[in-house]
Design a protein around this ligand. Sequence first.
Ligand code: SF4
Ligand code: SF4
Length: 279
Amino acid sequence: MAQREIQKLKETILKEYPRLKKDDKFKFACHSGVSCFNECCGDVNIFLTPYDVLRLKNALGISSQEFLDKYTILPIDQNQRLPVVMLRMQENEKKTCYFVSEEGCTVYENRPWACRMYPLGLASPGELAANLNEGFYFILKESVCKGFNENKEWTVREWIKDQGIAEYDKFGEMYKEIYTHPYLEKAPELTPQKIDMFFLACYNLDKFRDFIFHSTFLQKFNLEDDLPDKIKTDDEELLKFSFRWIRFALFGEKTMNIKDDVRTVAEKKLEEKRRKAAK
Ligand code: SF4
Ligand code: SF4
């Protein structure tokens, strides 16, 4: 979906879609007995969050690089400040998802946030519209979907719990603080180096780990004593650290502590540069 279409959809959601709160109810059920079973798992735009990528690449037992190469696309849009990642569909007639089988989703336990949420959508302040004060849920009705004819009733709260969305939301909130960061509104274009760093830290976690452990990174920063061990083996800890690193490297926040000797050398170099420029 192009940026203009996304913007149009956002405006329609804001103006026309009924707004649901956590205790509002809706009727829906999805199971292998519905006549549309698997119909929605093709030709669909699914944006992946960094946590989606983490879960999927681990479920498949492959590296983040392999997952990105095989199963994602990076749509390019001029208005976009940061790269986004979408699930790649197969190049067959129905453009089916790589993970759908006759029995349903083969990565069900680790399916992306968007697949869990359907038929609910979430409109968040700062994301859907800058002036939206309070977030709300809404129902997305795909024309092919017969799940709304089923008799099972849910509150929004029950659906979120049933679909295991809380874990995803925890990382989703951290990620949202990055892509809605005020720096991105005020700053000029990010340099290609900063965009690459964002992509590496958010989406290519295994390569980001290599960067930390196979460069001079650990010689430059004071980290908490137990942090290197944690991020060496635990992807979730590494992703939390990635967000912290992005705040430092992209937005200039003081989330990292540079070692004194490294700072002194850097300051001397900067001073030297200034002196030369002033001549
Ligand atoms: S990840 Fe699973 S639920 Fe989502 S589109 Fe693919 S097959 Fe369907
Ligand atoms: S179209 Fe709706 S009911 Fe049918 S499989 Fe997809 S989500 Fe379930």
